[in-house]
Write a protein that binds this ligand. Sequence first.
Ligand code: WT7
Length: 634
Amino acid sequence: MINDFRIHSFSEYKKEYKKSVKDPEKFWDKIAENFVWQQKWEKPLEYDFEKADFKWFQGGKLNITENVLDRHLEKNGNKTALIWEPNNPLEETRIITYRQLHSKVCQFANVLKNNGIEKGDRVCIYMPMIPELAIALLACARIGAVHSIVFAGFSSSAIASRINDSQCKVLVTANEVYRGTKPINLKAICDEALKDCPSIQTCIVYRRAIEPTSMVGGRDKFWMDEMHKVDDNCPAEIMDAEDPLFILYTSGSTGKPKGMVHTCGGYMVETAYSFDNIFQMEHNDIYWCTADIGWITGHSYIIYGPLACGATSVMFEGIPSFPDFGRFWEIVEKLKVTHFYTAPTAIRSLARESLDYVEKYDLSSLKVLGSVGEPINEEAWHWFNDYIGKGNCPIVDTWWQTETGSILISPLAGITPLRPTFATLPLPGIQPVLMDEQGKEVEAVNEKAEGRLAIKFPWPSMARTIYGDHKRYIETYFSTFPGYYFTGDGAYRDVMENYRITGRVDDVVIVSGHNLGTAPIENAINEHEAVAESAVVGYPHDIKGNALYAFVILQDGVQGSPELEAEIKNGVSKLIGAIAKPDKIQFVSGLPKTRSGKIMRRILRKIASDETDFGDTSTLLDPDIVTVIQKGKV
Ligand code: WT7
């Protein structure tokens, strides 16, 4: 591998970890020297927790695409960068070398320039999992434009609010795409969104399907037509280490999504460092992360991290169940995948199907398995280990967040002793702590401990702000425990100091690995004219990990019905996306509220989870409502 920071043994890990805590700045300084910089930084770190101001490698100049592309050309130009596997197995696999990717990225960068995009401008990308998505993203980085990728399962109003929040100038999309057997007209969704997006001047459309595509004159342009107008010569824009690289929206506890801003230098350094050490790839290995590039996992561990290490990364357009439940394993066999990184929800849904789907394929190429997105339960862990890894592949359970930019807690494959369902130990440079109810660190070392997970020292790939709202950034992450970054997760630590993440302790629910705020879903439900008020909570679900339960109070005189339920669900789907649809809706006459009017979600969570011990309900305005709701449970 191209970088020289690989850890080879557990004792080396412990040594590096110690070093990184003793002098984090010196530690990261040395890691950062592995990359191509146009100018060296003056200072590795400057920070202020109170102002939530973090600057890594200040004064350093670079372009991340020189590190993920140009740097490999001389020795590895003909090495495969991306392998693309289409939704339909009858379509052809596409192999893209580093040289080809470099050329396409430069060419599309010129397209963006031709369409008026300059350094610092925001570009929204709403595309399926096709190589052009990777090309568009890297083309933005090439010219210093800030990409804002919106997952292609989000609705038109979700796109519009994200475009408007960061005032994107260009939208890049595709016309039609198939997910399994289902066609989705992305361009039509964009047209709907663009009715409310005055900042968008141009919409560039990649023809994924040979369907007639309605184009708006003056605004819409086809990808191919634009590519024909330009060559592939595009010098990389020189960026400051702290210039923004991208914005990625994640849900929060109020209705508005948070545009997390990641910057060039630190993000590059840590995604590559973590990828290299966690996955331990060798030169000819084939790595496949099944996430969508629309999420942070895809940004950091399909594109930036793997490509910065010169790895071969698989991109899959389809779904695990098409043409049948053997699709993942068919691809592993076909491409001889060595490193397979997926989500517990996918594992659970495949584990439910017949083992014939697994046993039909030769999975002997596999060396390392990975899990991300939510706590992995024992059954899923063992199924993954026994039937996919055949007991021979270490499973890296990687804990991190959109906000952290890269993986913070994870085993290093083949190095860290595993404990099923534990994300185990922090990466070098990361200082996790557990906080108690009083906001003090749980000190117990070599003793079991439980608490809220916080991080004590800055790390290079942390998000720097929420776009346009630094105050919210401070409030959300740095005010619960002053002097610490608060993750929103609860965690348990064993005597070996292994961490097990137990789940969110705030109003975020992880459904099938998707991070959903309950507040925006409630807002969407309340949009329905028949609804007076609502409260949404998560409850345990066998496949999805968590599912959504909505308690809904209707307007006076309105009766609940299956039709109304369907309308409410469709409303959520339209305003946010199908992933946010509540699984269950219960019409209630009231909600458990405190005297000050705050809904006690703790109680609703228990009702939804079929628990009966509600604890102290004496502070409720109307304690009887709890039994009434419980009796009407659906
Ligand atoms: C939340 C972040 C960046 C990963 C994709 C999701 C949960 C993530 C794990 C894990 C237990 C996990 C946490 C976290 N989570 N990975 N290995 N074990 N929980 O990113 O959408 O920003 O969600 O996902 O609750 O806070 P995200």
